[in-house]
Design a protein. Structure first.
Length: 154
């Protein structure tokens, strides 16, 4: 059995991120929590609420996804200290976090932390040079895969 107690879970409420009047506060709360965890040397996990929010058409649904992604990017850009590593789950989210959030232009592929889960070492131009960036595809792994990664990197 894997112990999850050493990971601070931080939930982002999707409905609040999508509402103009509550967006900034929801993002700020998450930033404060993750920065507090980093300052204490504690690992944290930011995740979105599990309610699926879609639009009436593909364009509206895309805009909803972009609004949520931009909130996550904002949090990554405001990390108060450099994390030891960062894991992003899902293809589009991982790409946005890397290019928009971490400002990655170059990275060296170090290998795989789990089958199908690549690890990059971020280039010097990035927001956090030299950290390990793990790109966790959405369709890979089991219920304990993220915790297994965290334990390997601790």
């Amino acid at each position: 059995m894997i112990d999850r107690t050493d990971i601070l879970p931080i939930e982002i409420n999707v409905d609040k991120v999508l509402e103009t009047h509550s967006r900034d506060k929801e993002i700020e709360i998450a930033k404060v929590k993750v920065n507090g965890a980093l300052k204490k040397g504690r690992d944290s996990m930011i995740y979105t609420s599990r309610n699926l929010v879609t639009g009436n058409d593909p364009d509206t649904s895309l805009k909803i996804g972009q609004a949520i992604s931009s909130g996550l990017i904002e949090i990554v850009q405001k990390l108060a200290c450099q994390p030891r590593y960062l894991v992003a789950k899902s293809g589009i989210t991982s790409s946005d976090v890397a290019t928009k959030g971490l400002k990655v232009k170059r990275a060296r592929v170090l290998g795989q932390v789990l089958p199908g889960v690549p690890v990059w070492k971020l280039g010097e131009e990035s927001l956090h040079p030299g950290i390990s960036y793990i790109i966790f595809p959405g369709n890979v792994g089991n219920d304990d895969a993220l915790v297994a990664i965290q334990q390997k990197l601790s």
